[in-house]
Design a protein around this ligand. Structure first.
Ligand code: CA
Length: 253
């Protein structure tokens, strides 16, 4: 199997800044989306830091705790998920420290979605309300569960998913990288197969577009135009936030 990836990010029609950040690293199969928040451009700082720290820890040479993914010997799935959680926690601690040292960046934080594809397995980790979807056999599955107050209310049966899309507090996060210090990322591992398409996106995409609309767009656009198409449709649907879509296709050799 081989990977093909396409990514687009757009500030959207209203905001001057783009506080989303992403990473596409085809060689290692590492893909990240981060959606930063905080005043005075601090959101940009937080999302960029999260991407850098996580990439460095998972792939780089700077690895004081020797957690680097060692490609020579296969790691257990749990070991890889543990590293994802460690990397996201390191990012959280470093962003928090930077925020304490620089008053203009006080309170900054970011969502993070990490997708690591290693052979025929996909390892996922996330904190916040950016999402990872899988399109398989024409069906779209949401693989992440938002860390939001409304998701908790949906789970408790107090709110319907439809109502959750319009309530005023829909964007309040229960945890975010940086703002909350230590975080408890959700992680999972699943097998991949040729034809799978992963979509990693910020809420700038999923606020204006529901899962049915995203499915329709996925089924209508070729892989190399899908990211662009998703962003255009989000803008056309009235999206006013920064919008990021990373599209990763699993192809036959
Ligand atoms: Ca956002």
């Amino acid at each position: 199997m081989r990977l093909e990836a396409h990514a687009r990010t757009d500030p959207g029609p209203v905001r001057e800044k783009n506080e989303d950040a992403f990473l596409v690293d085809l060689d290692t199969g590492l893909f990240i989306v981060a959606d930063g928040m905080g005043g005075h451009a601090a959101g940009e700082v937080a999302s960029a830091m999260a991407v850098e720290v996580i990439k460095d820890i998972l792939l780089g040479d700077q690895d004081p705790d020797e957690t680097r993914l060692d490609r020579a010997t296969p790691d257990s799935e749990e070991t890889i998920r543990e590293r994802l959680r460690y990397a996201m926690n390191q990012a959280s601690q470093r962003i928090r420290r930077a925020a304490i040292e620089t008053p203009a960046q006080a309170g900054m934080g970011t969502t993070v979605c990490v997708l690591l594809i290693d052979d025929d397995l996909a390892h996922l980790g996330h904190v916040g309300d950016s999402r990872i979807y899988l399109l398989r056999s024409g069906r779209l599955q949401r693989l992440t569960r938002d860390h939001t107050v409304v998701q908790q209310e949906i789970d408790a049966g107090r709110l319907t998913p439809k109502l959750a899309r319009i309530v005023p507090h829909k964007n309040i996060l229960t945890q975010s990288v940086g703002y909350h210090g230590p975080v408890e990322p959700d992680t999972s591992t699943r097998p991949v197969r040729p034809g799978d398409i992963f979509i990693i996106c910020s809420d700038g995409l999923t606020d204006p577009l529901d899962d049915d609309q995203i499915t329709r767009i996925c089924l209508g656009a070729p892989l190399d135009q899908l990211a662009e198409e998703l962003i255009q449709e989000a803008i056309d649907a009235g999206g006013d936030d920064n919008i990021t879509a990373v599209v990763v296709g699993i192809l036959d050799d």
